[in-house]
Design a protein around this ligand. Structure first.
Ligand SMILES: O=C(O)C1=C[C@@H](OP(=O)(O)O)[C@@H](O)[C@H](O)C1
Ligand SMILES: C=C(OP(=O)(O)O)C(=O)O
Length: 458
């Protein structure tokens, strides 16, 4: 795929757009269908580079997939796992790498997993260490915790513990494969479990496939974990207090027949944020029904910042408009919503007052160090933005003194899409590596132009 630069001018957004399907749900639905031994039809799927990486990897283990528009017809391998006869190359997808690493530990033979240059910098040590404790050989070829990874030998059921503070994908990966072991497994989490809603998405899809996993949370924190907004403190905190563990019965089988993937709240955060900030905008986003996604917090966050936004959950429509107001900066705990951080950084930059994003250290372990990337790029537009160890502090100027610039997209889909929103505010902006939107939202520029974004891709 060739390189792309997108140039973007000031624009007013009006109209209707349909949310793309959830990347996280699609990965899991594909994986759960592959782990079943029947046929399955997945509807409203996200067909993107990352979800294709999961299909490609599952093919090497014996699954077959046929894409027809937004449907995927799957023939699973169930318990008859094939040993891949080549290196499992998962491209840019962290989710795929973690899921396939755990799957490899069911095979017994030596399997090597590889990713692109970005993925070769992302950590896997907690997963490798846990697979070792479970009885497999699992190591990083370069001894740095990063891909290429090698897995050999089979894991056994039992009682284990894993560090949850680096990535929830390690936990999701184990929860998905442990039901196939020949006895019960208990997995307790030590360290603060980051990105917990993604484990909830895993549980949601596993449940739809008939898999039983019991979550136990020993409450130590009296605050209500179901309400992510805390109006009194003018902050949004989605942290779940308490010690978490999962009990997984053994000898289970996946049965997913027909499954419909919900819309993606991370992907629509760019559309919603832009329409909430740009005076004169009025946008409806369809295909947004309730699901386990933590990133639906974008609606609460925008509301708290003063946006005119409402969600008709029955209709699956979010309506957002701006009749001339400037949003206000708030404090957001991003522990559970890492993928919203680039969007939040842009929101803070163009709002009035102080915006703080905290508890986001794990956002440095994504396709790129997203805290550093956003601080670097938004500074080029005149933003006053400070990078802390685990967050960002932005002195919002309500848009005053900010200007268009030639920006780097860091080969990272979420950086590109967030900076595109910034470009809609300033005009006169270009962003390179714009082709990376193919990872999670291939129709991003098309959808944005459909509702009025003035942009040209070259
Ligand atoms: O499991 C998933 O689908 C994901 C989990 C999150 O990662 P971490 O758990 O590594 O924070 C998120 O950032 C990523 O985009 C998708
Ligand atoms: C980090 C992401 O995905 P993954 O971890 O699957 O690469 C993302 O989509 O922002």
């Amino acid at each position: 795929m060739g390189r792309m630069i997108v140039s973007v001018q000031k624009s007013i957004l009006v109209g209707e757009v349909s949310a793309p399907a959830s990347k996280s749900y699609t990965h899991r639905a594909v994986f759960a269908a592959a782990l079943g031994d029947g046929k399955c039809c997945l509807s409203n799927c996200l067909i993107s580079e990352d979800t294709r990486s999961t299909m490609k990897a599952c093919r090497l283990f014996g699954g077959s997939f046929e894409e027809i528009s937004d449907k995927i017809y799957v023939s699973g391998f169930g318990k008859r796992l094939k040993v891949p006869d080549e290196i499992v190359d998962v491209g840019n997808s962290g989710t795929t790498l973690r899921f396939m690493t755990a799957l490899s530990a069911l095979c017994g033979s030596e399997i090597t997993l590889l990713g692109d240059a970005s993925l070769q910098k992302r950590p896997n040590t907690p997963l490798l260490e846990t697979l070792q404790k479970m009885g497999a050989r699992a190591y990083s070829k370069n001894n740095n915790g990063c891909a290429p990874l090698v897995v050999e030998g089979k894991i056994k059921p039992g009682i284990y513990s894993i560090d949850g503070s680096v990535s929830s994908q390690f936990i999701s990966a184990l929860l998905l494969v442990c039901p196939l072991l020949d006895g019960p497994t208990e997995l307790s989490i030590h360290g603060e479990l980051k990105s917990k809603p993604y484990v909830d998405i895993t549980m949601d899809v596993a449940k739809a496939a008939g898999i039983e996993i019991l979550e136990q949370i020993e409450q130590t924190d009296p605050t209500d974990p179901t309400d992510p907004t805390d109006q009194n403190k003018n902050s949004v905190s989605a942290k779940t207090g308490g010690k978490i563990s999962y009990k997984i019965k053994g000898n289970q089988a996946y049965h997913l027949e027909n499954y419909t993937v919900p819309g993606d709240f991370s992907s629509v955060s760019y559309v919603l944020a832009a329409a909430a900030m740009i005076s004169g905008s009025d946008v409806d986003v369809k295909n947004l029904f309730p699901s386990a996604q933590g990133d639906l917090a974008i609606i609460h966050i925008l509301k708290e910042m003063g946006a005119d936004i409402s969600w008709d959950k029955k209709e699956g429509t979010v309506h957002v408009s701006n009749s001339g107001k400037t949003l206000t900066g708030i404090c957001v705990d991003a522990g559970e919503i890492p993928d919203l951080v680039p969007t939040l950084a842009v929101l803070g930059t163009f709002s009035e007052g102080r915006m703080e994003i905290k508890n986001a250290g794990h956002v440095r372990f994504k396709e790129t160090d997203r805290l550093h990337a956003m601080a670097t790029e938004l500074s080029k537009m005149g933003a006053e933005i400070i990078e802390t160890a685990d967050g960002l502090i932005i002195s919002g100027k309500g848009g005053a003194g900010l200007f268009g610039a030639n920006l780097c997209g860091w080969d990272d889909h979420r950086i590109v899409m967030a900076l595109f929103v910034a470009g809609l505010m300033t005009g006169g902006t270009t962003i390179d590596t714009a082709e990376s939107v193919r990872i999670s939202y291939p129709r991003f520029f098309e959808d944005m132009k459909k509702i009025g974004a003035n942009a040209i891709e070259k």
